[in-house]
Design a protein around this ligand. Sequence first.
Ligand code: SF4
Length: 222
Amino acid sequence: MPLKPIAPAARAAFGRRLRAWYRRNHRDLPWRKTRDPYRVLVSELMLQQTQVSRVLEFYARFIERFPTMQHLADARPKRVMESWEGLGYYARARNLHKLARHVTREGGPGALPSEPTELRKLPGIGAYTAGAVASFAYEKRAALVDTNVARVLSRVFAPKLNPKRPRDLKKLWVIAEQTLPRTGKTAWTQNQALMELGALVCTARLKRCDECPLARMCKSAE
Ligand code: SF4
């Protein structure tokens, strides 16, 4: 079934409530204080499949050892792997290193591009990571859908959609695009807010609807 567009009033209320909640409740995380694309990328890759509390410790150490993409590109693979040790899913470290070498090599782009379509051309960067770098580093008006965001969007707007089905996930990307605010700066806050709500309030295991700013408009509120 085709997706019904979300009414402008619902879109506006969704964004307003979400962002107001974020301003009062978000965690103070180091990658939210930077707009350095390389640092944003490192944090995003580390956060895939790993808890925030664990990433905090590794992120600081990694950035201290490899403060720029060039430092990472110049490092020996062994040293990169050592810095990732304990974080698991080592393919992420290998891919990140490969990416740094690709970007900084002669004839490479030199820096991470700002547009999601350009970012996606780089090895190892998928749709979510491209959206995250574009939005969180460059403050572009870019949508991003990871597991947390997909869960929140489906519960609020389309509970029949199953984020695990590729066809439904595509529809959730459409909802994410439709609900993006007008400016990139506001989209930065809203994207962070969506992810934070999915991590703290509307989690996979528990819906804390009584604490949720979206409860009045959510189709899955209990
Ligand atoms: S009201 Fe409940 S189900 Fe809906 S987004 Fe909030 S926590 Fe999730």
